[in-house]
Design a protein around this ligand. Sequence first.
Ligand code: UDP
Ligand code: MG
Length: 318
Amino acid sequence: MQRATLYLVIPCYNEEEVLPETSRQLLAVMEGMIASEKISPQSRIVFVNDGSKDRTWEMISQLHADDPHFQGVCLSRNRGHQNALLAGLMTVKAHCDITVSLDADLQDDVGAIEAMVDKYYEGCDVVYGVRSARDTDTFFKRFTAEGYYKLMNAMGADIVFNHADYRLMSRRALDGLEAFPEVNMFLRGVVPMIGYKSDKVYYARKERFAGESKYPLKKMLAFAWEGITSLSTKPIRMITVLGTLIFLVSIVMLVYSVVRYFLGATTTGWASIMTSIWCIGGLILLSLGIIGEYIGKVYLETKCRPKFLIDKYLDDEH
Ligand code: UDP
Ligand code: MG
């Protein structure tokens, strides 16, 4: 069988502290696989600069100048992890047979890449890297992250448990991904929708090699909400169910009030009226808010704004 051309795609946002080590380790893995004739010598390592404010892009350019195995994609500005990853994948799609996406901070064990490629040769178009343990994460991160995967599944989104964005995708799977035109792209949810044969490779997630997490709590919550609302309309359904329930309760209340009226005891009840006004008011506002979120999404989708713009691509010719 002909050896596949592998492109590693790594989104980078202010990663100057980790890039020297990351590039060294990835190059070692790639050269090993080229030497053992597992992948073709045309394989490349592509760093996507997501509008970094530090020296990340200068370092990527230098890596490219020193060694043609490295390439760089520079986005026009910061667009966030998901869009940066997508930009990288779509840019290299035409040049390769398979891509593996991973984080710049070496939290994803680079040793799993070879196992992923083996699965590709066994006929898989998508291979998910799944964390076998979260020992290195703080209790808080582990608790929220695992709870989130469960919540997502309960909401009907088919995402792979404990899988982030460390995955192999074949060119065919990438073509499939391109056919999803949505602007609110949540890769973890969309990739399983592509279908084709897939498998999982387990690895132990490590600690961030250097630098800080680019996902503070605020971004994490926004990302979680983005995931739910772009994959599931269950929250809207829940509002409908809640509204129906409250309506049923109000019928009971109506009957109760009429009965009280005929018994001649209607002056009491100030407390219950006050509570229901607040309660219903709150529920209405909450419901409007959730519906508004979806309308906002529809609004953004109808504008069809580009998910990313590429400033420069340092490929083999440049
Ligand atoms: N990242 C990015 N754009 C952003 C934020 C993050 O490209 O706006 C990249 C970052 O450089 C890293 C990956 O996304 O390669 C994951 O980020 P990080 O490691 O900070 O997240 P965590 O592992 O803490 O969830
Ligand atoms: Mg990380």
